[in-house]
Design a protein. Structure first.
Length: 129
């Protein structure tokens, strides 16, 4: 998810195909007082292969006047992006997946990993959160 008001006027966010799944506007919280009176949440998905490019574009586009950031994850990595800064780390630690993976039910139904089969990542897309 990106907060629309977190984007600078220039440069535009272009160069990665985004599929918008929702747009929601609501009054902004009281802090920071210098911020806009409303926020626009833009929920979207992008191709997993575009994760690095999307992070770089967001780093160039996010406004640094307030501590804005965007975060999103792929099946393997979590991105946290601030103006001119990108942080990446594994979205799922392999040892945690082994520890938390449910065992198959006695009825023979297949096991699902802790990430679930209905996540955007299972569709080969990167989902903003």
């Amino acid at each position: 998810m990106i907060i629309g008001e977190s984007l600078r006027l220039d440069p535009p966010l272009r160069g990665v195909k985004l599929v918008v799944s929702g747009i929601t506007r609501f009054p902004a919280p009281d802090e920071p007082a210098a911020g806009p009176p409303w926020w626009t949440f833009i929920e979207f998905e992008a191709e997993q292969a575009d994760g690095d490019r999307l992070a770089a574009l967001l780093a160039d586009t996010l406004d640094d006047a307030l501590p804005w950031y965007a975060s999103f994850q792929s099946a393997t990595e979590m991105y946290v992006v601030f103006a001119r800064r990108v942080f990446r780390y594994p979205s799922v630690w392999p040892s945690a997946v082994k520890r938390w993976r449910p065992t198959p039910a006695a009825s023979g139904s297949p096991s699902r990993s802790s990430t679930g089969s209905n996540s955007a990542q299972s569709l080969g897309r990167t989902s903003l959160s």
